[in-house]
Ligand binder design. Structure first.
Ligand code: IPE
Ligand code: IPE
Ligand code: MG
Length: 245
């Protein structure tokens, strides 16, 4: 059961890290007769409120899938628009937030080297603005789970490791500063991982919602939290009640 403090739902150490595949922006716009890019604008608008709600209920790490290594296959117009939207969002909303909120920080997961110079420098500026804060929002940007594993292995070898262990590889993952996600939520209804957190999701709980990302609400979060606490995580072992059987 989730903890209820007063009337408020609060998470505990069992649910400290959440990752979200923010899918469905294009469909949200198309259903309204709008250009797909309008869906990305609507999707960006809800992010701050969603982060605040996770934080209010006690989650310290939220990882958002913003752009995959495969999303470059989309029409240039959509990719250019997304990159500009991400830049503007970081430059306005995120910079302001980090300045005014002593507990908030942001890190980027993915290969920054092929981002535009302007965007790459903004990401680095934001990472350097805030370190060791209690809440971390990880933004997966030009992120691919396979790319991350290859990158980690190469980085480990370059640092002089001659063999790879799970601990070594984990240290070189883009996510080394955050715990593996306890819960992964995907909006938009598709039951697939789309190259997200392949290494870190080994024992994550999955919740798929039909809700399209721009419609995702605090109410959806609360339902996901309740669903998470109704599950028994066994990590390959036995549930406490089975051990006594
Ligand atoms: C997710 O929404 C946002 C990104 C991949 C950047 P989509 O753009 O994939 O929306 P759908 O899945 O086409 O509706
Ligand atoms: C996953 O969504 C990537 C992001 C949400 C950034 P996609 O829309 O790219 O995934 P597929 O193509 O449906 O698998
Ligand atoms: Mg999609």
């Amino acid at each position: 059961m989730a903890n209820l403090i007063g009337d408020t739902l609060m998470t505990d150490e069992r649910l400290d890290s959440v990752a979200i595949i923010m899918d469905g922006n294009g469909r949200w716009a198309t259903r309204r007769g709008l250009d797909r890019t309008a869906g990305h604008v609507a999707g960006a608008k809800i992010i701050e409120g969603i982060l605040e709600h996770f934080r209010a209920i006690g989650v310290h790490h939220v990882t958002l899938y913003a752009f995959s290594t495969e999303n470059w296959k989309r029409p240039k117009r959509e990719v250019d628009m997304l990159m500009e939207l991400i830049y503007k969002y970081l430059d306005s909303v995120v910079v302001k937030k980090i300045k005014s909120d002593p507990d908030f920080s942001m890190k980027f997961l993915g290969d920054k080297s092929i981002l535009s110079k302007k965007l790459r420098e903004k990401c680095i500026e934001i990472e350097e603005m805030a370190q060791d804060r209690t809440f971390v929002c990880n933004v997966a940007l030009n992120y691919g789970g396979r790319d991350e594993i290859v990158h980690a292995a190469n980085a480990a070898f370059a640092d002089g490791h001659t063999s790879i262990t799970e601990d070594v590889l984990a240290k070189y993952m883009y996510t080394s500063h955050s715990p593996d996600p306890d819960l992964i939520i995907r909006t938009g209804g598709d039951f697939r991982i789309s190259n997200f957190l392949l290494w870190q999701s080994a024992y994550s709980e999955f919740i798929i919602l039909d809700t399209l990302w721009p419609d995702f609400s605090n109410d959806d979060i609360d339902k996901c939290i309740s669903e998470f606490y109704s599950r028994t995580r066994r990590f390959g072992g036995l549930a406490p009640e089975d051990k006594n059987a």
